[in-house]
Design a protein around this ligand. Sequence first.
Ligand code: NAD
Length: 498
Amino acid sequence: MNELLRALGLEAAALAEGELCVVSPIDGRTLARLPMQGAPEVAAAVSAAQRAFLEWRGVPAPRRGELVRLFGEELRAHKDPLGRLVTLETGKILQEGLGEVQEMIDICDFALGLSRQLYGLTMASERPGHRMMETWHPLGVVGVISAFNFPAAVWAWNAALALVCGDPVVWKPSEKTPLTALACRALFERAAARFGQAPANLVQVVVGGREAGMALVDHPGVALVSATGSTRMGREVGPRVAARFGRCLLELGGNNAMIVAPSADLDLAVRAILFSAVGTAGQRCTTLRRLIVHRDVADALLVRLKQAWASVRVGNPLEAGTLVGPLIDRHAFERMQAVIARLAAAGARITGGERMLAEAFPDAWYVRPCIAEVDAQGAEMHEETFAPLLYALRYDTLEEAIALHNDVPQGLSSCIFTNDLREAEAFLSSSGSDCGIANVNIGPSGAEIGGAFGGEKETGGGRESGSDSWRSYMRRATNTVNYSRELPLAQGIRFENV
Ligand code: NAD
């Protein structure tokens, strides 16, 4: 562990004291102890970031992109230790830990290109001798609040874009994964040193819990609060930011579904379902939670899924061959068990879901992924249970399937498996899926960085990462220039003193 931290520019000795105990979900062992920070540290960080902003906003965007390029180089060089640290802190398998770092590298590449493309439109003016256009300017300090399950990539989506847009970042990571955040900051500082002209405090980390998060949310010096986590958290954050007229980008819980139609390629569907439902031990915002399968293919599909569920290797996420690591903590395990007990009492047919490896890892929470076959979409299915628990429900008509699909409060990711063009297009149409992400013959999880990521309804409405998400990190100015010798007013208004 000490070597791993050293490779990432951290000293274990400096991470040994404080009231926050950082625990690995792999075996329950303590990885580090850190002081909990709160409102005073947030206030100091925001002031320092405001000073950095005054300098950074004047640096040409392509130069800002160069810093992000150098950060991407540091990530490439440290992909292995950073991926391992992600695995140690979150319990996701090493392949996914490394994948998370790759996602950071990808967004750095994207942001570098973007740094030469932060352009606005030119509009036709109704007045002769006038030109109208929009320009995009740096916004100010960006506060990032992140969840435990993507302890680095989600921050990188925000930070890479914010930095090329001219904004410093104050990051409040999950209290469950602060080491990954400190390592990212240390790697960023290396890139900044190589860059040579970056102002101090462009990227800062405040280690703390809900209180530190609230201080960031309430601080009038934070222009944009980008918060990723549960809908419960978003419900607290959204109104507080709105009350001070701040900008808010919310990436909250999902309750993602797949419709499997009669024409679906079941081989593809089984592989997609396995990855999306049990990958990351069901702890992705885009995890597949509801399987809505046509009655004609349901039995055949469920037989294959139950075989896959029984044979999937659950265990130490650092070992090759493991596909499912532990849940993040005891609380997550107990929540999953409580939901399974309620489902069983209501008549659901339950496969799996039991605790595993309790002898080898008494302080960790491994489970066999669970399938719950239900006859109707009950109350449990309207909530996000953050665990590998897949509901299976049968349907008869596509209209019924789409209605079931949309009948939940969340709206993040969705997909249909079909070889029928009409069904695929209906699912993607305005009367189809109501989610921010809708796919055909691809599972709901594992998005690429090139598209805008986020969802509707209780998922919060935010969009991050690709496409034009960068606009959230800038302010728009509409400019009208008069190069004539007259002063015509818009709408033809005459206002003359005769
Ligand atoms: P969480 O809501 O418990 O915590 C997320 C972050 O918010 C943490 O940093 C926490 O300290 C902070 N926080 C909590 N209450 C706060 C408050 N009142 N004010 C300010 N900050 C506060 O979530 P979690 O358990 O870490 O993560 C799992 C959840 O995150 C799931 O619901 C998952 O779907 C969601 N998630 C969503 C996305 C997305 O892009 N939509 C991505 C990853 C995770």
